[in-house]
Ligand binder design. Structure first.
Ligand code: HEM
Length: 475
């Protein structure tokens, strides 16, 4: 009996040693690699950010992990991240092409496009078109301020009770980008856009969740009916919505008199004809979905995070109007000058929630996945006065003036820097300032202790919460 058990154990050990994949030579250090699963057991697949931080203390700013049999290098900290995405930008500007998200989006659009001509052409086109449609100009500011009126209407209805702000902020951000992309805004209870926003938010979670890891690391399971299938279904729903919009636009457009981004793209398609470029109707459908997603989930989750903290740090919401003459000075909605977003008179600028947007980004360097851990920069010891605190002092110098720390890079940097940064800054600034001038936001007495632990995904989302709204004038 003893001999048999020993033999079995020896066989297991032999197989283990055979299967064990070693780290390639000159590869960054990392934890021991197990057969098949690699280092998956080192990671909490629901949210690996804490594990990335833990491994950093053992292996340093650059270490390697095996996600199944796939090699990945994790880069941490401002200096390393800067060196990669700025100094060696061209090497680090690619995107992996063999993940669940690539299959779901059929390798179209810009967010996941690899570093190459299609990405370059589409990025350039979007930047130019967004600029022509008023980014940094008054028209965009007005669109945002108009949308805020709907947010205010929703908030007004909740006075005297409490409100879950998730749908409201998602719809506000969605409407702002929808107007730019296809000239439409939707009521907050419109079923069509509700479904689209729901599909996107769900996909943002699936894309960075455990089932995506299974899909990415075990190709054999990709055709099985497993939970990642929902991501394909959701995307198909969004694609049908986008197809309909493209078709409607094709029927109603006047060539060379574009009403929105979609018309501009159709003009561009006509202009290019059959020039062999990467522009196509199929690209267009996925491109508007990309931009809609990129412009909605990020902005609304930043707002949700901001209000979660502001309610629990009420002093940061600013003094009541009567205590601050400058604050009182504006009797109408707060407006910004063309091209430049001004700093609000009290310190609730969007920047305060910067350290709480810890996405990690994936790049590909000669076949190796690079995990650029932005959370490690946005909370890095030595870069912030209070790296782990929600504290406006992080952005103020000794004189109480605003300074932007170098490590504040929630939009990343280098060639893949967020394409909608100016729009996002303007939205966050106008929404926060307008709402905070008008209302006090209060954590409901019966809500218990706030839970700041975010739900992990492509973006980090605060857990659902309720807010109480009190008009400032009733103080
Ligand atoms: C608070 C709001 C936002 C945050 C924190 C944010 C953050 C980011 C980050 C970190 C990236 C990745 C950069 C990289 O790969 O290094 C990114 C990419 C991108 N963002 Fe944003 N973003 C926001 C809002 C927006 C908006 C409003 C738009 C709408 C146009 C947008 C469009 C994009 C696009 C298209 C990309 C892909 C760019 C490329 O790969 O070339 N984002 N964003």
């Amino acid at each position: 009996m003893f001999v048999s058990v020993l033999l079995v154990l020896l066989c297991v050990l032999f197989i283990f040693l055979q299967l064990r994949s070693g780290r390639p030579k000159n590869f960054p250090p990392g934890p021991p690699i197990l057969p098949v699963v690699g280092n998956l057991l080192e990671l909490n697949l629901e949210n690996p950010l804490k594990d990335f931080e833990r491994l950093r203390t053992t292996y340093g700013d650059v270490y390697s992990l095996f996600i199944g049999r796939k090699a990945a290098v994790v880069i941490n900290g401002l200096e390393t991240v800067k060196e990669a995405i700025m100094t060696k930008a061209a090497d680090f500007a690619g995107r992996p092409q063999d993940l669940l998200v690539n299959d779901v989006t059929q390798r179209k659009g810009v967010i996941l496009a690899d570093y190459g001509s299609s990405w370059r052409e589409h990025r350039r086109f979007a930047l130019m078109t967004l600029r022509n449609f008023g980014l940094g100009k008054k028209s965009m500011e007005n669109r945002i301020l108009d949308e805020i009126q709907y947010t205010i209407k929703t908030l007004e209805k909740s006075i005297g009770s409490t409100l879950c702000p998730r749908v409201m902020f998602h719809n506000a951000a969605s409407n702002i980008i929808c107007q730019v992309l296809f000239g439409a805004r939707y009521e907050y209870d419109d079923q069509r856009i509700k479904v689209i926003v729901q599909c996107f938010t769900e996909n943002a979670k699936i894309a960075n969740g455990p089932w995506a890891m299974v899909y990415d690391s075990i190709p054999g399971v990709r055709h099985l009916p497993l939970p990642f299938g929902k991501a394909f279904e959701n995307y198909k729903t969004c694609q049908d919505f986008a197809f309909r919009l493209v078709n409607e636009h094709k029927k109603t457009r006047v060539p060379n008199e574009p009403r929105d981004f979609l018309d501009c793209y159709l003009d561009e398609l006509e202009k290019r004809g059959d020039d062999g470029s990467s522009f196509s109707e199929e690209q267009l459908t996925n491109y508007i979905l990309d931009l809609h997603f990129a412009g909605t989930d990020t902005t609304s989750n930043t707002l949700l995070t901001a209000f979660l903290y502001l309610m629990n740090y009420p002093h940061v919401q600013g003094p009541p109007p009567q205590d601050n003459q400058r604050f009182m000075g504006h009797s109408h909605l707060y407006r910004v000058g063309p091209g430049r977003v001004r700093k609000p008179v009290f310190t609730t600028e969007k920047h305060e929630c910067g350290p709480f947007i810890p996405l990690f980004l994936l790049f590909r360097l000669q076949g190796t996945m690079i995990i650029q851990n932005m959370a490690s920069v946005l909370r890095e010891e030595g870069q912030w006065k209070f790296p782990h605190e929600f504290n406006p002092e992080n952005f103020l110098n000794e004189e109480g003036e605003f300074v932007k720390p170098e490590a504040f890079m929630p939009f990343s940097a280098g060639p893949r820097v967020c394409l909608g940064e100016s729009l996002a800054r303007m939205e966050l600034f106008l929404i926060l300032v307008t709402l905070l001038r008008k209302y006090k936001f209060i954590w409901p007495e019966d809500a218990g202790e706030p839970d700041y632990t975010p739900v992990y995904g492509v973006t980090l989302t605060p857990k659902a919460y309720r807010m109480k709204v009190q008009p400032r004038t009733s103080n």
